[in-house]
Design a protein around this ligand. Structure first.
Ligand SMILES: NC(=O)c1ccc[n+]([C@@H]2O[C@H](COP(=O)([O-])OP(=O)(O)OC[C@H]3O[C@@H](n4cnc5c(N)ncnc54)[C@H](OP(=O)(O)O)[C@@H]3O)[C@@H](O)[C@H]2O)c1
Length: 171
């Protein structure tokens, strides 16, 4: 399959499209044919450029350990493992998994994957998980928030738009 890979840290020029092995889902995983993926701030700053050097403790000291970039995805289930119960071949899904800037991604059923809402395009759904998960991880520790006011700084961004929606409908 084709994927966007980087063998070293650096500016966007380190990225290239390459042919790589297609991932094989485990028994409890699904293989998703990716229709839309994104480049998040975390992908660019944390993983590709590693401009804050301490992040290399997690991603590889000298070179990136994982060479395929991207986290967010939306697409269609192409294969399911023998133990998978929630998804079937042909289901439209969205979620988050490392190596999402590729034609195929293997995601565990217990991982970050859910049916794609029918009202969202693949492009719209792919842009949801990263900001929503980070917003959720910020809001959960300070909840319950009923009766309190929250200032969302940067409310038009990935995390901010999700925070506003979560505050309006969930917390
Ligand atoms: N996404 C991640 O993986 C991640 C992980 C950890 C931490 N963070 C941090 O969380 C923050 C938000 O991330 P994000 O992914 O939501 O970024 P984003 O999608 O680029 O959104 C940034 C938001 O901040 C606003 N903004 C930019 N400069 C501003 C300024 N000087 N004063 C007030 N608002 C300003 C932008 O407004 P406009 O739209 O009007 O420009 C936008 O609403 C960033 O600092 C990022 O480094 C992100």
């Amino acid at each position: 399959m084709r994927a966007v890979v980087h063998d070293r840290y650096g500016p966007p020029e380190v990225l290239r499209v390459a042919d790589v092995e297609r991932p094989v889902p485990k028994d409890d995983g699904v293989l998703v044919r990716v229709h839309a993926s994104t480049v998040t701030r975390g992908d660019a700053m944390g993983v590709r450029s590693a401009e804050y050097r301490f992040t290399r403790l997690f991603t590889g000291i000298r070179r990136p350990r994982r060479t395929i970039g991207g986290t967010e995805l939306a697409g269609r289930v192409e294969e399911v493992g023998a133990a998978v119960t929630e998804f079937r071949v042909g289901d439209d899904v969205f979620g988050a998994e490392r190596g999402a800037n590729a034609e195929y991604v293997a995601v565990r059923e217990s991982g970050v994957i859910a049916p794609k809402p029918t009202g969202l395009t693949y492009e719209e759904a792919a842009a949801v998980p990263d900001g929503a998960l980070i917003a959720l991880s910020c809001l959960r520790p300070v909840s319950p928030l009923r009766g309190k006011s929250v200032l969302v700084y940067g409310a038009a961004g990935s995390i901010g738009t999700a925070a506003v929606q979560l505050l309006a409908h969930h917390f």
